[in-house]
Design a protein around this ligand. Structure first.
Ligand SMILES: *Cc1c(COP(=O)(O)O)cnc(C)c1O
Length: 397
């Protein structure tokens, strides 16, 4: 099936990209806030946000200005030297995560999880101590070999076996299943607060709190993958805050997607006692936290704080959810805040619905064959939400 919403030119089709993605359906040239425009000047409402990345909207003037100024000041010196922007972002992230932690910057979510996995092994004493990581079926933790091994989706593993050892998968949402997988080689439990790529499936109530208790009892690290859920997306600063009680924290938190509003940057935060297992030379990255990325991240965090965007995501998410729940062809809506999936009635093909929505000017994605993911910018207006819901209503009618 050719899924192009509009003709994409032949030069693009011959472009030597590896075929890791289906052929693109649209070529975008410009964005502003929640809107995108293609080459023909057609307007789209962006309810996918580059997979949960552009939380402040496209072409945010303050992010654009910060990036331009940093580009004209200092772009890169490597992590052998200090720069101001990264220091500021590390302090802000640590404050939001309760303080007393330390940060390693990366370029992506997968790398943030790689850092967490290596940290868990270092902390656990390596192969003669604790080194294995437990994660859930249905999870998604990235595409690099170790992050892929942590990802609980056997079909994604198949073509790339053998994967690095040290990963055990257990039933999602089941604390007892996690407990049963623990022995004295296990160092950590790695979990998403809402399984994003796995279909936008929130952790059942008490799951993260139960894992926290399990980790406390058995002396394991609780690593929370907030790459998709972090920084306001679910209506709180972090997805784990919906489940863990006040003042209860994970030991390690990974972030990426929304952190740079489109500039590639990720982070792995850990309690200082845990982070202190690393020694100079244990881990590194040429680019991680370089000034351009850090300038973007600093601005993203400042705008999110100033404008109260986690609260905005909560309110907007309620409106979007209520709108979706009124649609006859939608059987259930799941997710939190502005990370939602509309499960369609049996017989509906989410990929066909996604393609038709795109043709009519609404960007979403088919997160499963039967569910449409909606994750607009946290600055989405009520009018834009109503417009998106009526576009969906039109396609589903
Ligand atoms: C997207 C995602 C990743 C991977 O991030 P990349 O930047 O694509 O490497 C990891 N974990 C979760 C939960 C994600 O949603």
């Amino acid at each position: 099936m050719t899924a192009h919403a509009f003709p994409v030119d032949h030069e693009l089709e011959r472009c030597p990209f590896m075929p890791t993605y289906a052929p693109p359906q649209v070529l975008f040239v410009r964005g502003r806030g929640t809107e995108l425009w293609d080459e023909a000047g057609r307007r789209y409402l962006d309810f996918l946000c580059g997979l949960g990345v552009t939380s402040l909207g496209h072409a945010h003037p303050e992010v654009a200005a910060a990036v331009a100024e940093q580009a004209a000041t200092l772009l890169h010196v490597s992590n052998l030297f200090a720069t101001r922007p990264a220091a500021g972002v590390a302090a802000t992230l640590d404050r939001h995560l309760g303080g007393g932690g330390q940060v390693f910057f990366t370029n992506s979510g997968a790398e943030a999880n790689e850092c967490a996995i290596k940290l868990a092994r270092r902390w656990g004493g390596g192969q003669h101590g604790r080194w294995q990581v437990i994660s859930a079926y249905g999870s998604f933790h990235g595409r690099t070999l170790a992050a892929l091994a942590a990802t609980g989706q056997p079909t994604k593993h198949e073509p790339f076996q053998p994967l690095p050892p040290g990963f055990r998968h257990v039933a999602w949402g089941d604390v007892d299943a996690a407990a049963a997988a623990v022995d004295d080689t296990v160092a950590a439990v790695l979990v998403e607060p809402v399984q994003g790529e796995g279909g936008v499936v929130p952790a059942p109530p008490g799951y993260l709190a139960g894992l926290r208790e399990l980790c406390d009892d058995l002396g394991l690290l609780l690593i929370v993958d907030e790459v998709q859920t972090g920084l306001g997306r679910t209506g709180r600063w972090f997805g784990f805050q919906h489940d863990l009680g006040e003042g209860v924290q994970p030991d390690v938190v990974t972030l990426a997607k929304a952190l740079g509003n489109g500039v590639p940057v990720g982070a792995c935060w850990a309690r200082a006692e845990v982070a202190g297992s690393f020694r100079p030379g244990d881990h590194g990255t040429t680019y991680g936290g370089q000034p351009l990325a850090a300038a973007a991240a600093a601005t993203v965090l400042a705008v999110m704080e100033r404008d109260g965007l986690p609260g905005r995501a909560d309110a907007a998410g309620r409106r979007l959810r209520a709108g979706l729940e009124r649609l006859p062809a939608v059987c259930t809506v799941r997710g939190r805040g502005l990370l939602l999936a509309a499960e369609l009635e049996p017989g509906c093909d989410a990929r066909l619905v996604q393609a038709e929505l795109l043709r009519r000017g609404l960007v979403t994605n088919a997160v499963t064959p039967t569910a449409i993911r909606l994750a607009p910018a946290l600055i989405v207006t009520d009018d834009e939400i109503d417009e998106a819901v009526s576009l969906l209503a039109g396609v589903l009618a």
